[in-house]
Design a protein around this ligand. Sequence first.
Ligand SMILES: Cc1cc2nc3c(=O)[nH]c(=O)nc-3n(C[C@H](O)[C@H](O)[C@H](O)COP(=O)(O)OP(=O)(O)OC[C@H]3O[C@@H](n4cnc5c(N)ncnc54)[C@H](O)[C@@H]3O)c2cc1C
Length: 383
Amino acid sequence: MRFTRQDEEFRAEVRAWLDANLAGEFAGLRGAGGAGREHERHAERLAWDRHLAAGGWTCLGWPAGHGGRGATLEQQVIFYEEYARSGAPARVSIVGEELLGPTLIKFGTPEQQRRFLPAVRAVRELWCQGYSEPGAGSDLASVATRASLDGNQWVITGQKIWTSLAHVADWCFVLARTEPGSSRAQGLSYLLVPMDQPGITVRPIRQLTGTAEFNEVFFDGARTEAALVVGAPGDGWRIAKATLAIERGAAMLGQQVGFRRELDDLMALARRTGATADPVLRDRLARAWMGLAVIRAYALDTLGGSGDAEASILKVLWSRWHRDLGELAMDVLGAAALTARAEPYDLDNWQRLFLFGRAETIYGGSDEIQHDIIARRALGLPR
Ligand SMILES: Cc1cc2nc3c(=O)[nH]c(=O)nc-3n(C[C@H](O)[C@H](O)[C@H](O)COP(=O)(O)OP(=O)(O)OC[C@H]3O[C@@H](n4cnc5c(N)ncnc54)[C@H](O)[C@@H]3O)c2cc1C
C-alpha cells in the first residue's frame, strides 16, 4: 500500500482534528473501552461517537450517496491508524457502522436505506447482531428462532445468545426461520427488529472479566413491520453470510496500531519489573514483536481482496497473537498477576486483556472453523 501526497494531507487533517477534539469534556476518554473493557464510560463514549459523526468521521468508507465520505481504502487505513495512535476511545457504534450499514447498502430497499442509514451514520441508533442461539453457533444454519406474518407484522419467538451490546441497542438484525418445516439454510429471513418492546427480554451474561458485555435475548411474540425484512423472505442465509464476510480489513489495521501500543506498554512494564533479564521472556517479547510485524505485512498485502481464506488467515493470526500477548503479560507481571486490585473483583487492564483474549479466538467464527475454511479454500482439501 502506497500513500500519495493527498493521502498524507488527509492524515494531517485527521490528526489535527483528533488532537483538537480529544480535548475538554473528551480529554479523559483516551484509552477507554477496548478488549474486556466494553463497560467503561459507555455514555461518554457514545457522546464521543456522536461528536465524531457531527465532524463527518463516521462511516468513512460508505458511498457519499448514503451519507459516507466515499473514502478510499488508503484513507480508511490512515483514519484507523491515526484514531488508534491518538488513544481515542473504543467506538460503541461499530455494529451498525461496520455490519448492518454495509449490508443495507448492498441488499436493503431504498426505503430501508433511507430509514436506517442516516441514524447509523449520526449514531442516533445502536444495533446488535442476533445470529447465535444456544443450539446454533458455529453451526449457524441450525437457527430455530421462528417468525411468521400476522397481517402487516412479523411475530418472532425464540432465543438468541451471546448478543453483544443488546442491553444498549435500539435495534437488532435477527436471523429467524420464516418457513415452517424448513431446515438448515433454507427458509431463513433477515429481520430488523426494534429492541424496546414488551416481547423482548434482555438478560446480561457475566463474563470471566466480571463484566457483562453480551446477553441472552428472549423473543416472546416480539413484533416488527412486514417490510423490515432484508432481501426476500427465505433468503436470509445469503444476506447473513454477506454480513459475516464484510471486509474489516481497514479497521483491522487500526486495531494493530492499538496492539502495537499494548506491546510497547508491555515492553516498558517488563523493563520496570526486570522481566527483560529473563531470557525466556526476552525471547517471547521479541517473538511478539515479530508476530505483529508479520500480521501487519499480511494485512497490507491482502487488504481489499475478497478471499475467504485470506480473511480467515488474518483472523487466526491476530486473535492468537492477542491471546498470547495476554498470557505473556501475565508472565511479565509474575505473582502480581494473580491478585485483583481491590474488592469487588477489580482487575487491571492486563488481567482483562488476558481473560478477554479467550473470546477473540471464538467470536466471528472460532479458530477451528477458520482452519476448516483455510483447509478448503486455500489448500483445496476435501470437506
Ligand atoms: C465475546 C463474544 C461476543 C459475541 N457476540 C455475538 C453477537 O453479537 N451476536 C451473535 O450472534 N453471536 C455472538 N457471539 C457468538 C459467537 O459467534 C459464537 O460463540 C461462535 O460462533 C461459536 O459458537 P458457539 O459458542 O455456539 O460454540 P460451538 O459452535 O458450540 O463450538 C464449540 C467448540 O466446538 C468447535 N467446533 C464447532 N463446530 C466445529 C466443526 N465443524 N469442526 C471443528 N470444530 C468445531 C468450536 O471451534 C469450539 O471450539 C459472540 C461470542 C463471543 C465469545
